[in-house]
Ligand binder design. Structure first.
Ligand SMILES: Cc1cc2nc3c(=O)[nH]c(=O)nc-3n(C[C@H](O)[C@H](O)[C@H](O)COP(=O)(O)O)c2cc1C
Length: 329
């Protein structure tokens, strides 16, 4: 039985990829991740704000961008405080620690300051790029089209600078994410990751202070990724990589059945430790054996929209049917 997977043109030994997170800063954890059979690792994001900080340009940023930098700093504090020199040192250690593909993640927002980092990162022996788009709508005067065009511009610039494959970790904030994926791939992206995890806003009613909350995702939070994976399968050339709330082998199998080329996992490793990768892979193999499948291609996309037994499973008709049904809840 073979479980090798295609990931933006790279061949991975397994379809389980460790998504960008702080574990990539720990070479011992990375070694275990490789031993447990992960197909690839996405290295912690390099942030545009941090690049600007480094080059002393942050003071020139608009107020709104400073706020944004502050917001993100809470989540990604290590990068903001340590700067990119430290991140690059960590990246070198990561490259030395593992031989599976290592993907660099760039959190790009505007088109200027980080561009030279594409070349710098290439020197570190990485195997590809993931552009981490984290654009929440925050300006009433910018249309969705404008925001999307800006992202397309960023993809084109990075693709023009490197021979390495480029993927895009996208947010859910598009009117039609399917069309956006098509445009991203036309711009040169070799894969998309569905979806980026937002930092939520909240308010403390005693202190009347604004809060930003970030929690690990919940087991089962993969359903939106599953839906869009199933809708996209067979309609685009590039890789579809599903993430968010993929905890167990069963979850990964569902996403592969929906048409994902690979899955990314993070929260389950924090909760169940890195050995969870091995358990997920074992579960996939046992299921494949029980079903008589030899390769991932034997069943990938079997439950995608274009192959689904219920052709309306991902459409409005399903919604109407469920709403009109009498449910004994
Ligand atoms: C501690 C931590 C750090 C993270 N850092 C990054 C990051 O640097 N870049 C990024 O794109 N996503 C980052 N993420 C988000 C994850 O890559 C992933 O998208 C999110 O956790 C959802 O996947 P999951 O349900 O498997 O956890 C981070 C997540 C955690 C828990």
């Amino acid at each position: 039985m073979k479980i090798d997977a295609k990931y933006m043109g790279l061949t991975l030994k397994s379809p389980v990829v460790v998504g960008a997170c702080d574990m990539s800063l720990n070479p011992q954890a990375l070694k275990r991740i490789e031993e447990y059979g992960a197909g690839a690792i996405v290295f912690k994001s390099i942030f545009e704000e941090s690049i600007q900080l480094e080059s002393m340009q942050l003071k020139k940023l608009l107020e709104s961008e400073q706020e944004r930098a502050g917001k993100i700093a809470k989540w990604y504090s290590k990068i903001m405080t340590s700067g990119n020199d430290q991140i690059l040192k960590d990246l070198r250690c990561a490259r030395e620690a593992v031989s599976i593909p290592l993907i660099a993640s760039l959190n790009a927002y505007s088109e200027a300051s980080w561009i030279h980092y594409v070349r710098v990162l290439e020197e570190y022996g990485i195997d590809g790029f993931e552009i981490n788009f984290y654009h929440t709508p925050e300006d009433i005067d910018i249309s969705g089209q404008e925001m999307e065009d800006r992202e397309i511009g960023i993809i084109k610039q990075i693709v023009a600078l490197t021979e390495l494959p480029v993927s895009v970790k996208m947010t859910r904030c598009y009117t039609n994410p399917l069309y956006t994926v098509k445009r991203f791939m036309e711009a040169g992206a070799k894969g998309v990751i569905l979806f980026n995890q937002f930092i939520d806003s909240d308010i403390d009613i005693e202190t009347e202070a604004n809060l930003e909350t970030f929690e690990l995702t919940q087991d089962g939070a993969y359903r939106e990724s599953l839906r869009f994976t199933a809708l996209l399968h067979g309609q685009v050339e590039g890789s579809i990589i599903a993430n968010t709330g993929i905890y167990e082998a069963e979850d990964a199998i569902k996403l592969l059945l929906a048409g994902a080329d690979a899955v990314q996992v993070v929260s389950t490793l924090y909760l169940n430790q890195t050995a969870q990768i091995q358990r997920i892979l074992k579960g996939i193999e046992e299921w494949m054996e029980r079903k008589g499948y030899e390769t991932l291609d034997d069943f990938r996309g079997k439950c995608a929209k274009k192959n689904a037994m219920d052709p309306y499973a991902f459409e409005r008709a399903q919604y109407v049917k469920i709403m009109l049904e009498e449910k004994n809840l």
